[in-house]
Ligand binder design. Structure first.
Ligand SMILES: C=C(O[C@H]1C=CC=C(C(=O)O)[C@@H]1O)C(=O)O
Length: 421
């Protein structure tokens, strides 16, 4: 009698299983396409900015030759060209269909936080004024200015619980968590977040990018939200801010596509914000070309004017001059790519780095002619609510700018659900 090899059925995971299985050190990524949980390191991907797509393709081809089934490269790349990057082929990859159904988020994390604003809110508003002066002088049309909150808990931050709260608070977000520890770190360092912004996704010959820019905070009641959405749609300042991003993303993708659809912007919502959004879809001219992989396209798009500005070089200079904190991984890209070139890369926003008891979160806002410094400060405060809500600091940020000592970072403490700044 002929014998057959025993069949080992592949384990079937649910999205909830994978979220529950996440541990610091794992790589987690969830999107409307599904959930990916990866562990261990099969191979690291090196390379400089702009060459990582090709580096990942070479490593994925080598893994395929070595018999690795369906290898993927995962990771995150920082904002600046010489910034830190973590890119590797994991040893074990588990996937699941997207998370369905709403489940309440588990309880909050630590009871008390002390919060330091970098820079102080009033200094951020001053930086917006200085950016507006540069714009009015000519040579700069748009720049995205970010600020940082450093939160220190009275106990080590429980990263799996924080990730679960981010995912449960906004199951539609692109949620991610990965270890980005640097040499010399005394504890694991984790980058995590719940981004609303798809930089680029690729499946076969189809690419999708979904730039967001031009925003207003979500209000508590429906009528207020309806009027905010209406105003956002009509706002010339927000439409200009958005048009810069959609135009740049379309121009880059057009170089790789035989057909590209760039519709009129719509408004999309997150639990904390409303954003102008353009969902761009294209058909790749040569999906097999190394520059057409999801990661190569993401590198070609980065940094979009949703996180940098127009023209790019003066915007970079303005960011370097006006932002006191190094962005690190914030406003870079995070995602995955496989051996076929398919993958998903999102913009690293609504994100933070967790290190021991400390959480460093960033939020930025696009500045164009017509921007109002107080409104940009309020917009960044609203964007912080994604992280603050997951941390249990549900009261959001009050803006103590006018009372602050100019130049000094402002510090306060927060109990559960309140912030005293
Ligand atoms: C830079 C951020 O958001 C970008 C994405 C959506 C809307 C944006 C805006 O309206 O300024 C930003 O360009 C951030 O959340 O830190």
């Amino acid at each position: 009698m002929p014998t057959t090899a025993p069949v080992r059925p592949r384990p079937v995971h649910t999205a909830a299983d994978l979220l529950a299985a996440y541990l610091p050190g794992s790589y987690y990524f969830s999107s409307p396409r599904g959930v990916l949980l990866a562990d261990g390191v099969h191979a690291r991907v090196g390379g400089t900015a702009g060459a990582r797509g090709r580096g990942a393709a070479a490593a994925l081809a080598a893994a395929t030759r070595d018999g690795v089934e369906e290898p993927v490269a995962v990771g995150a790349i920082g904002f600046w060209p010489d910034a830190e990057a973590t890119l590797f082929l994991p040893s074990v990859v588990r996937r699941a269909a997207p998370l369905t159904g709403r489940k309440p988020a588990p309880a909050g994390l630590a009871p008390r936080w002390s919060i330091t604003h970098r820079p102080a809110p009033r200094m951020y508003a001053d930086s917006v004024r200085r950016a507006l002066d540069i714009i009015h002088a000519g040579g700069l049309d748009k720049v995205v200015l970010a600020r940082c909150l450093e939160l220190t808990a009275d106990a080590p931050v429980r990263v799996p619980q924080l990730l679960t709260r981010l995912v449960r608070n906004d199951p539609a977000a692109y949620a991610f968590a990965l270890d980005v520890s640097a040499p010399g770190d005394a504890a694991p360092r984790t980058l995590l977040g719940a981004s609303p912004e798809l930089l680029v996704a690729r499946r076969g010959d189809t690419v999708v990018a979904n730039p967001l820019a031009g925003s207003v905070p979500r209000a508590a009641d429906d009528a207020d939200n309806q009027s905010r959405i209406r105003d956002l749609r009509r706002s010339p300042k927000d439409r200009a801010e958005h048009a810069h991003v959609a135009a740049q993303v379309a121009a880059v993708l057009r170089r790789h596509c035989v057909a590209l659809d760039v519709p009129e912007p719509t408004v999309v919502g997150t639990p904390t914000m409303w954003h102008l959004s353009t969902r761009i879809t294209g058909r790749l001219a040569d999906p097999g070309h190394p520059d057409s992989s999801a990661l190569a396209l993401a590198e070609a798009l980065h940094p979009t004017p949703a996180v940098c500005g127009v023209p790019e070089q003066p915007a970079r200079t303005t960011i370097a001059d006006l932002e006191p904190e190094d962005r690190g991984y914030y406003s870079g890209l995070v995602g995955w790519v496989d051996a076929h070139g398919d993958g998903e890369w999102v913009v690293t926003i609504r994100s933070a780095e967790v290190y021991g008891r400390t959480v460093r979160a960033f939020a930025g806002a696009g500045i164009v002619a017509g921007s109002d410094p107080a409104a940009e400060l309020a917009e960044t405060s609203a964007k912080f609510r994604t992280l603050l809500g997951a941390l249990g600091v549900d009261g959001g940020l009050s803006e103590p700018g006018s009372e602050s000592r100019a130049g000094a970072p402002e510090t306060g403490t927060a109990g559960h659900g309140e912030v005293i700044a």
